[in-house]
Design a protein around this ligand. Structure first.
Ligand code: ZN
Ligand code: ZN
Length: 247
């Protein structure tokens, strides 16, 4: 009997270990026990910094002050972005920033569920509800970077958002130039760095379409802007953007 039980037990234990690798029954933020499949405890979920009005109607930059009207922040006032707006509900701080980092760099792929939930909070933003979109377009990674990371974080989030919104994901863009990391560059340097980085695969498929770009974080807007620029040039009717968080 034990000869049969032992391997079965071992298989079951291995199965449980494998399952908990993908669905750890603990909060991925603080380690508190959670229901299996839920990765954020109520405490960590409540600690997320939400973007509340007033915020910039273009880039969603929050403003600390008493403005009741719609406004455009100084960053957006002196440049013409090629996207109509970038919507998000969370600031890239604390648990949100930590999850994005672990998702991208430590390959904790299961965190995509929590990240997509945060991104999905922005789906009912009036700037998105004002007009339906035809496709969700993930911001692409260069193929060399994607091989190294094993997945494109924007695409993983886009697939979950697409299911939620009932809108297809279309990989309209290809990253044709390998760009150095943007983190240490200022706004102007980022724009220069990204120039010519993206190509539209099939312009006819985006012609006259309303598109929603998907990315993990919105920082200066340079990436979304360059993606939107080539999509508009290819004939897209409009480009908006949605991200998990704002830097
Ligand atoms: Zn927690
Ligand atoms: Zn702005």
């Amino acid at each position: 009997m034990s000869g049969i039980d032992q391997p079965l037990g071992a298989i079951r234990r291995a199965g449980d270990a494998l399952l908990s690798l993908f669905y750890p029954p603990h909060c991925a933020g603080c380690g508190a026990s959670t229901v299996s499949g839920i990765h954020v405890c109520t405490g960590c979920a409540g600690a997320v910094t939400r973007i509340e009005p007033p915020f910039c109607r273009v880039c969603s930059q929050p403003f600390d002050g008493a403005i009741t009207d719609e406004f455009t922040c100084s960053n957006c006032a002196d440049r013409a972005f090629h996207f109509d707006c970038a919507v998000t509900r969370c600031m890239s701080k604390g648990v949100v920033r930590d999850f994005i980092h672990r998702f991208k760099y430590d390959r904790e792929f299961y965190l995509r569920h929590a990240l997509a939930e945060w991104a999905a909070e922005a789906l009912d933003d009036p700037r998105l509800l004002a007009r339906p979109f035809d496709f969700l377009i993930p911001v692409p990674l260069h193929s060399a970077r994607q091989r190294e990371r094993e997945f494109n974080q924007a695409e993983a989030i886009a697939h979950l958002l697409g299911k939620r919104a009932g809108v297809p994901v279309y990989r309209a863009l290809k990253r044709v130039r390998f760009t150095t990391t943007q983190t240490r560059l200022d706004r102007h340097e980022r724009m220069e760095n990204l120039r010519g980085a993206f190509r539209v695969r099939h312009p006819a498929r985006v012609l006259s379409r309303h598109l929603l770009l998907v990315d993990d974080v919105f920082t200066t807007g340079s990436t979304a802007d360059e993606c939107a620029r080539v999509l508009r040039k290819a004939g897209a009717a409009s480009v908006r953007a949605i991200t998990v968080a704002r830097g």
